[in-house]
Structures are given as structure tokens and as C-alpha cells.
Design a protein around this ligand. Structure first.
Ligand code: GDP
Ligand code: MG
Length: 694
């Protein structure tokens, strides 16, 4: 990271439009860490504004600098702690103009810290519909900062905002206004902290006194805490007093610069919609119907683009096979690399549709309602209304989902949410499910308008959810805690989603699926290709000689060769353990490789089954042709398929998730426990299903 770059930090309340503004300012230049949550991880983009090369940082939403949860702390420390890498050179506070009083609290705290700040007054369209008229010049004068009215969604006012940002960075003056003079409120103790810190910054000293990390050295921190003890200060009381005084000053400022006029009827609409969507009976019914539609759509709409991709990859493989001279390289490319990539790329349409739905639900404001209506029910099973977001995001990927549980402030409810989130069917399971469903469920069976394959898929999603609820309920009695919990959540007003946000998110998620998962998948595909093309001992040599000698039936030798290769040997070692589940050594190999990441399963299967094949057919056909050695019947029976799907529904086959749970709980105990209970659950349910069905 270059130190010379100017850092522009976008801060503000949740739902004020930070991410929308970030997208509008940065376009596709953004870099998201490895695991994007909607607002949990910070997003970064290096862009050029008004000829300056700057770095823009989107941080989690906060209401004040009094951070409590972990994601709030991230935002707070970027603003307050000058030893942070991303420390703000200028903060752009994004405020919801239709909710100015609440938005301005954070802003005035930042102003009092004497940090260069610009106010981006967003959602003026909503404010004016509500009849709020703002005198921007007056407000700007009262606060002593630049204020630009913008509409982040329509990308209005951005040029002015950019100019204001650059002006604010270059004209740094010492003439900051003080909105609340803590010196007057709390007296000489503030000056004493100033002395300890060696900096004349009253408000930073106040926050230091409250125990926040304001970039103080350890020595300074010790001195400050001694001072606080000597004066018998209680932090909560200090903050309560500050909050009351600050709001008083804010109210004066707002009354000077805003006017409210009557508007007829308009905002009743939200109330009427809420009455329906949050109805104690219809609310749930609507939510379930939406989920149902979502899964039908994911399955049906994506079948056409999937066929197209499948066809393209078959062509590409054929072309590669004929264009490159026969030999190891040809074999590696066609049967190792391309087979692995092909097995993954095909799932892009499904993942894209799934995310389109999730972003859509979140962006319309509906997700917040769902959290609200589910809170009562979720409380009973040890979760919390806020658990809905991790649980539903778990349908995409457990990694960001587990991180989004940070917003749950109750430790026990957060822990339970983390423990059960991997049970939700993530997108990495989707390829496995789709493949097996297409093998064991006929294509053209409909019940009314519902396609049977889609129904089975939905059943597995429901199964994951039910398992999560049951396990949560059990954990409620196992994990002990005395902390009480409250549910506080803002209901954002309903909005038509911004198609740009939707598209960015889909693009982002698909990219992560392709590249992060893809890296592992290709590496494993190549290792597997090696393991299945080479083998130890005399027996393998003999088979290979026979292979060279084109007189023998190719197909028989191909499978024989695989059986005696390294991969075959490993698979056979574990075969006794998985035989009661209906799995053979080929599936055994795939199970082993997919313990690192589930989506590797499909790639592995396609690599294993394509080795030795001279003609290239799609993975589905290859599996369909597979016969049971003992009976001669097709190997993939319904019993095997269901058993395999159950195994994937429950097993913790994702190293990244294990790592994230470790990081989030800060203990080896929880990820270990989670791994164990999921493995046992997977094995037992597959065992029971196979024994019953076969
Ligand atoms: P964040 O939580 O602060 O990152 O907020 P988002 O950027 O996710 O925005 C929350 C919602 O407000 C989204 O649905 C946006 O499309 C919407 N939004 C953002 N800016 C505006 C605006 O200026 N006007 C209106 N009407 N909606 C906006
Ligand atoms: Mg955001």
C-alpha cells in the first residue's frame, strides 16, 4: 500500500446510501476483500478524482463514534486512529436527508474531532417527497463544512462532491467549528487528558477518556485510565450526558436550516405495504411464496444458459484435443484443466440468478421486514431477527454470512447463528445438487406448474434450514449466557432497487466464485489428473502397455487404468468406510478433494470420469453411463444420489468457513465442535438414507 495516496472514507448510518455512492464514484475499479458481506467488509477502490489519485473506502454503517459491535469498531478506528493503514485524510459523511437529525450526530462528532469532513446530503428526493426543505447554505454555515446535495442512485451531484472533497483536503484550516464544547461540559479533566496526549483536541481527549482507541500509546492509555479511576468516572454516564447535550445543539442547528411542509398522502404507502407484508399470517405466507418462486426460477431460468455454456465447453475441448499434438500436454489440458474449469463455469447462471434475488430483496427494504417478523420465532430457537440476514446470505456463501453475524450484539445468539449458518445450502452445494438431481430425477415431470427437479432442489434447501433451526434450538440449552437481548432495527422505506447495485453485486459474487474457488479447483484438477494418470507398481505398467497397444477395447482399459492409479488406490483405502453410504472409491476420491471446498466435487468427478475417455461427452452423460460392477445396473441409483446429496447437505466441506469461524469466535473450540457435529450428522443421515432406500 502506497502511503502517499489520499484516503477518502465514506462513513454514515446504515442505509444512508454509502455503498451506492461508492459504486457511483468508483465504477468497476473496486476491490473487495476475499469475503464480501453487503456492508460488513470494507471495500476499497483507487480512482482519479479531479486529477488526484485517491483511495476511496466504504466502511460499515455507524450511528455514532461509540462503537459496540466489531464492524462498528472497524469504521470507528479508520476515522479515529491515525495509526490505521486506512486512516482517513478526509471523511465524507453520507447522510439521509429525510432523517437528518439522526444522520448528523455522527457528523458533528467527526467535526469536533477536527477531521476534514464533507457532508454528502443524500436522498434529497425522498426528503422532498416528505416535505422537508433544507437550506443547504445555512446548514453549511452552521456546521462550518462543505455540504453537497446528491442523489447517489441517479449519480447526481457527484462532480460537485468531488470538487468539495479536493477543496477540503487542500484548504485545511484550523478554523473548525466546535458543535459541542466538551471542555465546558466536563471541565478541566479534558485539559488533563489533552496534556497526557500532548495534543490540543478536546473531543479526541473525551473519547480517549471513554476508553476508545484514539491512536494513543500504551503509556498514554494507562495514564488516562488512572485519571478516569481517580475521578470515579462512569463511561456510560459520560456518553449519556454528551449525547443529550449534542442533540440539543443539533436541534438548534436543524431548526435554523430546515422547514417542513405538509404533503398529502404520499407516505402512507409504506404503512399500507407494511400492514400486508408484516401481517402475522400473510407476512409469513408471502415470505415463503417468495422463497419458493426464487428456487423455481433459479432452476428453470438458468437451464438455457447452462446448456449453452455446456455446448461451448464441449466444442472448446474438442477443438483443443485436435489442435494440440497428442501427448501429455494435450491430455493434461483437455482432461485435467478444461474438464475442471468446464465443471465450474457451467454454474455461473445459477449463482447469478440466486444473487440477483438476494440483492433485490435486500435493496427493496423487504429483508428488514423479514427480520422483523421472524424475530419472535427465531428468539424461541435461540436466534434473533438479525440472524435472518446471516442465514439467508448463507444460501449464497457461509463465509460472508458468518461475518455478517457481527451485527448481532448478543454473544450467545451470535454464536448460535455462526454455528448453524453452514447448514444453509450455500451456492457451492448447488453444483453438486444440480448434477445429482439431473441424474436421478427425470427432466420433464411437472406437478401443475412446478417442475419436479426444482421441487427436490427446494426440499434440500428446506432441509438445511430445518436442520439449522433444530441445532440452534439444541444449542440454546447447551450454551450458557445471562445476557439479555433486544431487537432494534430501522425499517428503511421501500425502494425500487437500483439495477446498478444489483449488477455490481452479481458481478462481484460470480467473480469470487470463479476466481477464488476456481484457483483451488484448477489446482486440484491438475493434481487429480496426475494422480489418476499415473500409478505405482508393475500392474499399472502392464495396463499402460496394453493402453498403448490399440488392439484392446479402450474403454475397459481406461477404467482399469484408473483403478490402479494413485487416485484409485487412495479411494480404495477409504472405500470400506463409505461403502455403507452407497459410495465407491471414485466418489471417495471426490469426497476427499472436496473437503477443502465443496464445489471441487463436480470438477473432480468430471476429471476422474473423463480420464481415458476418447470422446468428450458432458459430465452428466459420463456419470449416467457408469455401471455398478457387481450388478451391472446403473451405479447412480436414487439411493446413492440421495445419500450423496445428504452428505453434501451436512458435511463441513469448506476450509474457508472453518477458518472464518475460528477468526470470528477467537477460539479453536467452536470450529472444532462445528466440524465434528456436522461430520457426524452427514455420515449418519447418508447411512440411514442409503440403508432405507436401497
Ligand atoms: P448503505 O447501507 O449506506 O451502504 O446504503 P446503500 O448504498 O446500500 O443504500 C440503501 C438503499 O438506498 C438502496 O436501496 C439504494 O438504492 C437507496 N439509495 C441510495 N441513494 C439514494 C438516493 O439518493 N435516493 C433514493 N431514493 N434512494 C437511494
Ligand atoms: Mg453499504
Amino acid at each position: 500500500m502506497e502511503a502517499s495516496k489520499l484516503n477518502i472514507v465514506l462513513a454514515g448510518n446504515p442505509n444512508s446510501g454509502k455503498t451506492t455512492l461508492f459504486n457511483a464514484l468508483t465504477g468497476l475499479k473496486q476491490k473487495v476483500g476475499n469475503y464480501p458481506g453487503i456492508t460488513v467488509e470494507k471495500k476499497v477502490a483507487d480512482v482519479d478524482i479531479v486529477g488526484h489519485n485517491v483511495r476511496i473506502i466504504d466502511v460499515p454503517g455507524i450511528y455514532s463514534l461509540y462503537s459496540k459491535s466489531i464492524d462498528e469498531k472497524v469504521a470507528q478506528s479508520i476515522i479515529c486512529d491515525k495509526f490505521q493503514d486506512d486512516y482517513a485524510d478526509v471523511v465524507v459523511v453520507v447522510a439521509d436527508a429525510s432523517n437528518l437529525r439522526r444522520s448528523i450526530f455522527l457528523l458533528t462528532q467527526i467535526i469536533d474531532l477536527k477531521i476534514p469532513v464533507v457532508l454528502a446530503l443524500n436522498m434529497i428526493d425522498i426528503a422532498s417527497k416528505k416535505g422537508i426543505i433544507l437550506d443547504v447554505n445555512k446548514l453549511s454555515f452552521e456546521l462550518g463544512i462543505e455540504i453537497i446535495a446528491i442523489n447517489a442512485r441517479k449519480a447526481r451531484g457527484l462532480l460537485k462532491l468531488k470538487d468539495a472533497i479536493i477543496r477540503t483536503i487542500s484548504n485545511q484550516s484550523d478554523n473548525y467549528k466546535t458543535i459541542l464544547d466538551v471542555n465546558k461540559v466536563f471541565g478541566k479533566i479534558i485539559l488533563e487528558v489533552n496534556q497526557i496526549r500532548g495534543i490540543q483536541n478536546d473531543y479526541a481527549s473525551f473519547l480517549s477518556l471513554c476508553g476508545y482507541d484514539m491512536g494513543n500509546t500504551i503509556e498514554q492509555k494507562v495514564k488516562i485510565s488512572v485519571l478516569s479511576k481517580d475521578n470515579e468516572l462512569i463511561v456510560d454516564r459520560l456518553q449519556a450526558k454528551e449525547t443529550v447535550r449534542r442533540y440539543k445543539n443539533i436541534d438548534i442547528i436543524i431548526s435554523k436550516s430546515t422547514k417542513i411542509v405538509e404533503v398529502a398522502g404520499k407516505y402512507r404507502v409504506t404503512e399500507i405495504i407494511d400492514k400486508i407484508l408484516m401481517h402475522p399470517f400473510f407476512g409469513y405466507l408471502i415470505f415463503l411464496s417468495i422463497l419458493f418462486l426464487m428456487f423455481q426460477a433459479v432452476f428453470q431460468w438458468s437451464s438455457l444458459p447452462m446448456d449453452v455454456i455446456d455446448g461451448l465447453f464441449t466444442k472448446l475441448s474438442l477443438w483443443t484435443a485436435s489442435a494440440i499434438p497428442q501427448g501429455i500436454l494435450n491430455d493434461l489440458l483437455v482432461n485435467g484443466v478444461l474438464a475442471g474449469i468446464g465443471g465450474i463455469v457451467i454454474f455461473i447462471p445459477q449463482i447469478a440468478f440466486l444473487f440477483a434475488f438476494i440483492v433485490f430483496l435486500e435493496d427493496t427494504g423487504y429483508m428488514a421486514r423479514v427480520s422483523f417478523i421472524t424475530d419472535r420465532f427465531l428468539k424461541q430457537v435461540g436466534l434473533n431477527g438479525r440472524s435472518v440476514i446471516p442465514l439467508l446470505s448463507g444460501v449464497a456463501c457461509a463465509v460472508p454470512a458468518i461475518m455478517s453475524a457481527r451485527t448481532i450484539s448478543n454473544w450467545k445468539e451470535r454464536l448460535i447463528t455462526i454455528m448453524v449458518t453452514p447448514l444453509m445450502s450455500c451456492s457451492a452445494r448447488l453444483p453438486v445438487y444440480t448434477l445429482i438431481i439431473s441424474l436421478i430425477i427425470p427432466v420433464d415431470v411437472y406437478y401443475g406448474i412446478f417442475n419436479l427437479q426444482g421441487l427436490v432442489l427446494m426440499l434440500f434447501y428446506i432441509l438445511g434450514f430445518l436442520a439449522a433451526i433444530i441445532i440452534a434450538f439444541l444449542l440454546k440449552f447447551i450454551i450458557k449466557s445471562k445476557e439479555r437481548s433486544f431487537f432494534v432495527m430501522e425499517m428503511p422505506s421501500y425502494k425500487i432497487p437500483d439495477w446498478k447495485t444489483v449488477i455490481y453485486t452479481i458481478f462481484e459474487k460470480v467473480k469470487i466464485f470463479l476466481f477464488d474457488a476456481g484457483k483451488i479447483i484448477i489446482a486440484i484438477s491438475i493434481i487429480l489428473w496426475f494422480l489418476s494418470s499415473y500409478g505405482p507398481g508393475e500392474k499399472f505398467k502392464q495396463i499402460e502397455d496394453k493402453w498403448q497397444d490399440k488392439e484392446f477395447a479402450q474403454e475397459n482399459i481406461a477404467s482399469e487404468k484408473l483403478e490402479y492409479s494413485y487416485a484409485g488406490l487412495i479411494g480404495k483405502v477409504i472405500e470400506p468406510a463409505i461403502k455403507p453410504l452407497g459410495f465407491d472409491w471414485k466418489i471417495g476420491i471426490s469426497l476427499i478433494t472436496s473437503f477443502a471446498a465443496r464445489e471441487v466435487f463436480v470438477g473432480t468427478m468430471s476429471t476422474i470420469y473423463s480420464v481415458g475417455d476418447d470422446d468428450i461427452v458432458s459430465i452428466r452423460e459420463r456419470l449416467r453411463r457408469e455401471r455398478n460392477k457387481e450388478t451391472g445396473e446403473p451405479f447412480f441409483t436414487t439411493a446413492v444420489g440421495i445419500s450423496l446429496m445428504l452428505f453434501y447437505a451436512f458435511a463441513m466441506q469448506c476450509m474457508t468457513t472453518v477458518a472464518v469461524v475460528y477468526r470470528e469466535t477467537n477460539s479453536i473450540k467452536w470450529p472444532l465442535l462445528q466440524f465434528l457435529y456436522l461430520t457426524v450428522l452427514a455420515y449418519l443421515s447418508s447411512f440411514i438414507a442409503f440403508q432405507l432406500l436401497s
